[in-house]
Design a protein around this ligand. Structure first.
Ligand code: NA7
Length: 295
C-alpha cells in the first residue's frame, strides 16, 4: 500500500476525503483551483501536502483522485491543457469521484487510454458528513484489477464499496441513487405538508413513520432539518439539479419518462431562484420552500 496519491478538488466532499487519506498515513499531494477555500485547510490539517498546480500533484502519483463539479470541470482537470493527462506517470490510475453520468465517464476513460492511463469512475453518496466520517457509499465502474488496487483507499473514504461493472457503471448506479434522493425529497416535503394541514406535530411524523414501511434516510435525516429550519447544504440544490440534468439527458436516449423526477426538478428550480438565486446553495431539504413560499 506504499503508494503516492494525488487529490484534486478540495470542496465540501474532496477536502475531508483527502484529509482522511492523509490521516491514514498515506502520502497525499492535494490541489484546489481557488486558494483560500475551507477544504484546503481541512486537507492540510489531515496531513496532505498542499500544492499549487495539477502538475505538481500528479507527476509522482500512482493514483489520482478527482472530485470536482460537472462534466466540463472534470474534463478540464483531467484532459485540459494543464490537466492530469499531460503530467501523470504512464499507467497511473485516475479515479473520478464526481457525479458526471455514464457518458462523461466513458469519454474520459477512452481518452485516457491514449495516454496509457487507467480510469475508474467512483461517485459517492453520503454527503459531507459521510465524507468527514469516512462512511461514504462508493459506486465504482471499471476494471476489476484496477478496483482491487484502489480498494484500500476506498475503504478509508467509505464503508460500502461496490464494483458495479465496467467503466461508467458507477455513474449509472449513482444516477439511480439521485433519482431516489430527488423523489424521496418530494415524499418528505409532502408528508410534512400533510402534517401541517392536519395540525399534527411534524416531529411525530419523523418519530413514528421512520420505523414503519414509510421510513427513509430522507425522513430520518432531512425531516428534522426541515422541522428546525436548518436549510444548510450537506448536499446543495445546485448539485442535485446538475444530477437531474444528467438523468434527463440519459432518459432522452430512451422512450421512457420519469414524471417524479420532472416534478422534483421543477420544485428544486423554484427554490434555486429564491433569494436572488442564492436558493441554489441551500441543501435539498430546502425543497420545502417550493411548497411553503409558493402558497
Ligand atoms: P463543491 O463543494 O461545490 O466543490 C467543488 C470543487 O470542484 C471545488 O474544489 C472547486 O474548486 C472544484 N472545481 C469546480 N470546477 C472546477 C474546474 N473547472 N477546475 C478545477 N476545479 C474545479 O462540491 P462537492 O465537493 O460537494 O462535490 C463534488 C462532486 O461530488 C460533485 O460532482 C458532486 O455532485 C459530487 P474551486 O474551489 O471552486 O476553485
Amino acid at each position: 500500500m506504499n503508494k503516492n496519491l494525488a487529490f484534486l478538488g478540495l470542496g465540501l466532499m474532496g477536502g475531508p476525503m483527502a484529509a482522511n487519506l492523509a490521516q491514514s498515513g498515506h502520502r497525499v499531494k492535494a490541489w484546489n483551483r481557488t486558494p483560500g477555500r475551507p477544504g484546503i485547510e481541512i486537507a492540510k490539517n489531515g496531513g496532505a501536502a498542499i500544492v499549487t498546480s495539477i502538475q505538481e500533484a500528479v507527476e509522482t502519483a500512482d493514483i489520482i483522485f478527482t472530485c470536482v463539479s460537472d462534466v466540463p470541470d472534470v474534463e478540464e482537470v483531467i484532459l485540459g491543457d494543464r490537466g492530469v493527462a499531460k503530467f501523470a506517470r504512464s499507467s497511473a490510475i485516475v479515479v473520478d469521484m464526481s457525479t458526471i453520468g455514464r457518458e462523461g465517464a466513458c469519454k474520459i476513460a477512452a481518452k485516457l487510454q491514449e495516454y496509457n492511463l487507467r480510469f475508474l469512475d467512483a461517485p459517492v453518496s453520503g454527503g459531507d458528513i459521510g465524507a468527514q466520517n469516512g462512511t461514504l457509499t462508493i459506486m465504482v465502474g471499471g476494471d476489476r484489477a484496477d478496483f482491487i488496487e484502489c480498494q484500500p483507499f476506498f475503504e478509508i473514504m467509505g464503508k460500502n464499496i461496490h464494483l458495479c461493472g465496467p467503466v461508467g457503471s458507477g455513474q449509472a448506479v449513482k444516477l439511480c441513487n439521485q433519482v431516489l434522493c430527488a423523489v424521496h425529497a418530494i415524499a418528505l416535503c409532502e408528508a410534512m405538508q400533510m402534517a401541517d394541514i392536519q395540525g399534527i406535530d411534524p416531529n411525530l411524523i419523523v418519530e413514528v413513520c421512520s420505523t414503519g414501511a414509510a421510513g427513509s434516510w430522507a425522513l430520518s435525516n432531512l425531516g428534522p432539518k426541515i422541522i428546525n429550519s436548518d436549510l444548510d447544504p450537506a448536499f446543495p440544490i445546485e448539485h442535485i439539479l446538475k444530477d437531474l440534468r444528467l438523468v434527463a439527458e440519459t432518459i432522452s436516449t430512451s422512450d421512457k419518462n420519469l414524471p417524479g423526477v420532472e416534478l422534483a426538478d421543477r420544485l428544486f428550480k423554484i427554490v434555486k431562484e429564491l433569494d436572488g438565486g442564492k436558493g441554489a446553495k441551500q441543501g435539498i431539504q430546502a425543497m420545502i420552500r417550493a411548497y411553503r413560499e409558493a402558497e
